[in-house]
Write a protein of this length. Structure first.
Length: 750
């Protein structure tokens, strides 16, 4: 286990404070001017390259890059024979003074950067093809069937070539055909868009990190901003379906959920909550006659509510607040539609104050921005509607709803979108081929720090009858994804209520497993904020020189200590599915087989419908919740699964769950270590309002022989406080409620 949590906590706390003071102007000592070219050394591996015929250089934040005020790394400059050379510990940049930097014609005649990769010299020059780029993500999976969206994947920050380029040049097209802009003067406290100082300028960020993938991501979030932590409830189960539910039908769903003891935290009202067509702002009172009452009832059941928006068509004259909005905008009385123009600060101010605030006051917890139309603005050439809606809605919530963490549910809008979690991937098809590609897609998005994709579990477009097998495999995969949300299109024949399926008990177990893993998942969310490494990430982050880490793309790490190889193919006639898996080097605990196995090998196994192939890293401690119905109340007991095969440790992260206090140091870490047959729960470090003073523990030592006795803090435990299951080889030790400031040592005697 390569974790030093006490040190990391201190460093991250210090870095988190400084990271809030974002400054797009680099330290003067990091800047090297060369006429119409300018170079900024941001880290030993990252250099900004600018070129402008007018010598106009952008110093404001841009969509992807919001901070350049980093500690100045050590570097040297030399001018000789008409060449400027900048040398850091990792890179050597050479520029022919007076030369024109242009990526349209690949050449090293004017500019090059060299570096070492695994002992060999690598040279980059403008226009060089990054054929080994490991990709990032794409705006939407609308229409995904199998891997047909692979060709739409944008380049990411990581490459097997050892280098990559972030291109913030104003004329460079982003994935949806839009371009980047600068941020400048604020509107109602939100950083607002501005035209670049030179639309024809070159603005590149060369990243030469070799195969230090985690380091590259960690440095990227220093300049691009962090992945904010979502509220804890976001990580629970969401019920969602595109269907015109009435109030009674919504309530029936929730009552069924409670009757069948299904944990749940979020209820989605898809677009039929409103009148009109795709775009609407007014409640459909024929379906939901008392919106405030329904939302209040949902809240009393422990659920959060989100409403779907397709805002492209503006506000029609039969919508609530139309007259007020028209007058606010200074339009004449003949106006029939107030057009959607979120790039206009006046429209933003009036639209949100009139309509968005009104719905939020009715209890709406967050918005689902299901943007479909007009990928770029009608009013600002090249402005991404997706990115700009994400930016404005997220920051509006940050500023105007300070009692909670900002949150939107939206599509990817290009680099920088990671600052506005969380993602909605779109309308995929219900096929095994589609499911089989989603593990790759989700993990690969971490290459651009977009770590919170939420998929339509079960698939969106379904062409055949409901199939319990594919739904189960999709839900099993969903356990180990960032957002656990079922959904489907509005064909009434599609069923997403898991209690309506013959294999309900198997489906229910996936939901229960998701909630059991919540402390582990939430800790991983904090690590993503601190390090830039997302919850789901490809295997090559840990094993960059192992070719199989790139080839077995339907496997991934889920947090630091769980490797997932989900079943994504149909079972045979005997109900078993064959799965071929690569385990990296080291030892692993095969959860399905309840045993420690060796890594650095490829093997084939057969799995029943109930089995999910996942593996704990040997020596880890996996923290679980006991059974809970939702995430509104912190359990007073935790379950610690002690994984055999090596010594190791973990740390449990906790905070207030839905405030911004975590950015200012309001959080705790509890280190948990074990050596041999001894587990130590160390005193908690840190603090936050409302933190528990103590808790009970259930410690589970996996795959062990029966001990002769169990000691806790040096005292032998009574026989009724621990047990041994011979069949599962599980030792279970119950620790009574104990102060979180006290150390607890549990030892198994042979």
């Amino acid at each position: 286990m390569k974790k030093i949590f006490a040190l990391l906590t201190i460093l991250f706390c210090m870095d988190s404070v400084s990271a809030q003071e974002l400054n797009p102007v680099a330290h003067p000592d990091a800047v090297v001017n060369a006429g119409k070219a300018r170079f900024t050394v941001l880290t030993p591996e990252m250099i900004r390259i600018q070129y402008s015929d007018r010598a106009l250089f952008e110093d404001r934040a841009t969509f992807a890059i919001v901070n350049r005020r980093l500690p100045v790394p050590a570097f040297t400059t030399e001018e000789k024979d008409g060449w400027l050379t900048i040398t850091t510990d990792a890179l050597t940049l050479k520029y022919k003074k007076g030369g024109v930097i242009d990526g349209r014609h690949p050449s090293a005649d004017v500019l090059s950067v060299s570096m070492s990769l695994n002992g060999r010299r690598v040279v980059w020059y403008p226009g060089k093809d990054d054929a080994m780029n490991l990709k990032g993500t794409t705006r939407t999976l609308d229409g995904q069937i199998g891997d047909n969206k692979r060709q739409e994947m944008e380049n990411g920050l990581l490459s097997r070539a050892g280098w990559s380029i972030i291109d913030e040049s104003p004329r460079t097209k982003r994935g949806d055909g839009s371009t980047t802009f600068a941020f400048d003067k604020q509107v109602d406290g939100i950083e607002w868009l501005a035209e670049p100082v030179d639309k024809n300028a070159i603005d590149w960020y060369f990243m030469g990190y070799g195969h230090q993938y985690k380091k590259a991501l960690g440095d990227y979030i220093k300049v691009a901003g962090r992945q904010p932590m979502p509220p804890l409830f976001v990580l629970g189960y969401w019920y969602s379906k595109y269907q015109r539910y009435t109030s009674d039908e919504f309530m029936e769903i929730v009552n069924d959920v409670k009757r069948f003891q299904i944990p749940m935290d979020v209820m989605i009202f898809d677009m039929d909550w409103h009148t009109q067509g795709w775009t609407g702002w007014t409640w459909d009172k024929t379906a939901i006659p008392d919106p405030e009452g329904l939302i209040e009832w949902m809240h009393k059941q422990g659920l959060r509510v989100s409403l779907n928006l397709h805002p492209a068509d503006g506000v029609d004259d039969d919508e609530d607040y139309f007259t007020e909005l028209r007058e606010d905008m200074g339009m004449n009385k003949d106006t029939k539609v107030v057009p959607w123009n979120l790039s206009d600060g006046r429209f933003y101010h009036n639209m949100f104050n009139r309509i968005i605030r009104a719905r939020e006051k009715q209890g709406v917890d967050f918005w689902w921005l299901d943007w479909q139309q007009n990928l770029t603005s009608k009013y600002v050439n090249g402005l991404s509607e997706t990115f700009w809606c994400n930016h404005v809605f997220y920051n509006d919530m940050l500023l105007n709803r300070p009692d909670r963490r900002p949150l939107i549910f939206h599509r990817w809008g290009g680099l920088g979108s990671h600052r506005y979690p969380i993602g909605f991937s779109g309308d995929s098809f219900t096929t095994f081929g589609t499911l089989g590609w989603q593990p790759y897609f989700t993990a690969t998005a971490s290459n651009v720090c977009f770590g919170y994709w939420g998929h339509d579990l079960g698939g969106h477009q379904q062409t055949g009858p409901n199939d319990g097998q594919i739904y189960l495999r999709w839900m099993q995969y969903g356990v180990f994804t960032p957002v656990f949300r079922t959904h489907a299109t509005n064909w009434e024949g599609i069923e997403r209520r898991i209690w309506k399926y013959d294999n309900f008990q198997q489906l229910l177990q996936t939901v229960k497993l998701r909630y059991a893993l919540m402390p582990y998942i939430y800790t991983a969310a904090r690590q993503a904020y601190d390090t830039g490494v997302s919850i789901c990430r490809p295997l090559y982050y840990e094993w960059p020189e192992a070719n199989n880490a790139y080839l077995f793309e339907d496997e991934y790490m889920f947090g630091d200590d769980i490797l997932v190889a989900p079943v994504v193919t149909k079972a045979g006639a005997d109900g078993m599915t064959v799965r071929r898996t690569w385990l990296p080097e080291g030892k692993w605990f095969d959860v399905c087989r309840n045993q420690v196995v060796a890594g650095n090998r490829i093997f084939t196994d057969r799995y029943t419908m109930e089995e999910i192939p996942y593996f704990y890293r040997a020596g880890s401690v996996i923290v679980n919740y006991p059974p809970v119905m939702n995430l509104n109340k912190r359990p007073d007991r935790l379950i610690l699964k002690v994984v055999p095969g090596a010594n190791g440790e973990t740390s449990l992260y906790e905070d207030e769950n839905d405030t911004e206090g975590y950015k200012q140091g309001a959080f705790t870490w509890t280190r948990i270590s074990h050596e041999g047959n001894q587990l130590t729960i160390h005193p908690r470090e840190g603090q936050f309002p409302g933190m528990p003073t103590g808790r009970a523990y259930t410690v589970e030592f996996l795959a062990q022989q029966r001990p002769s006795s169990v000691m806790v803090n040096g005292k032998q435990m009574a026989s009724d406080t621990w047990s041994y299951n011979l069949q599962s080889r599980l030792v279970t030790v119950n620790i009574p409620h104990t102060s979180c400031q006290q150390s607890i040592v549990v030892k198994l005697n042979k």
